[in-house]
Write a protein that binds this ligand. Structure first.
Ligand SMILES: [Fe+2]
Length: 175
């Protein structure tokens, strides 16, 4: 990632809370880095969520019905995760990204372009995207700032396991 994009990400979400200062024993610099990590994850999860809904609506295959329901299970799970991530950002005293523009600026994923020929086309792309999210979470868990924020570290570790299981379910459709 080039420096310009990194700087843009840092300034995109205004991170200072103007109301009462959060005094929960987290170092300011640590919580700033954690908020950046979480906002980028929030953006990735939103893009993944929309891509899953897109597939749920638009796939055309002989296996339409089971895949339609399977994808609904996944995006429902992501809706909860998205809310949990945003609320964790607020809990540590920062603002959560909340516009489509911000999500598209912050995400590492690419939006779906065009239609896939069958359900497996959608599922293959979603598998790759979720694996990219998993790699990104694993990488962020190595950061000292994240390790200094125990509740975020715990949250991301649990999310890692949940996403790994969902990735297995997606991947199991592919031969
Ligand atoms: Fe639906």
């Amino acid at each position: 990632m080039d420096i310009g994009v990194q700087e843009k990400r840092k300034t995109l979400v205004k991170n200072e809370v103007k109301s009462m200062k959060v005094n929960i024993g987290l170092k300011e610099q640590d919580s700033k880095v954690v908020a950046e990590v979480l906002n980028q994850l929030l953006a990735d999860e939103h893009v993944f969520y929309i891509k899953t809904r897109n597939a749920h609506w638009n796939l055309q295959s002989a296996d339409f019905h089971p895949q339609h329901l399977f994808l609904e299970e996944i995006y429902t799970e992501f809706a909860t995760t998205i809310d949990d991530i945003a609320e964790r950002i607020r809990t540590i005293g920062h603002f959560a990204a909340g516009t489509m523009k911000e999500f598209l600026e912050l995400t590492n994923l690419k939006e779906l372009s065009g239609r896939k020929e069958n359900s497996l086309g959608y599922i293959e792309e979603l598998t790759k995207d979720l694996e990219a999210i998993i790699r990104s979470i694993r990488e962020n868990l190595q950061k000292e700032e994240v390790q200094n924020d125990l509740a975020t570290e715990d949250f991301l570790t649990a999310l890692l396991g949940d996403h790994e299981k969902t990735a297995w379910m997606l991947r199991s459709h592919l031969s």
